[in-house]
Design a protein. Sequence first.
Length: 90
Amino acid sequence: MLNWMAWTTPTALFFLSIALGIGAMCLWQFKEPTVIRQGVLPFPTTRGDRFFIALLSAAFFHIFAILAFRDPSWGTLISLLAIYPIFRWA
């Protein structure tokens, strides 16, 4: 099924999780409209902005983990630990 683009299972799961996250954010937006707030960042952010920042941070944490530890699972651990502060205080 995934042979048309030579995707691996982890890659497909990664993009599926992003699609599910965006879908969940859309449903959450309809149920409870977002409140623009200003946290530690020098500009006001919405829930979607914080989701995007979390995705970018996760990408950089994974690159760092691969370069520093030669193991992407450390990037996953660091990313999961960073999601809460990003959504809480960003």
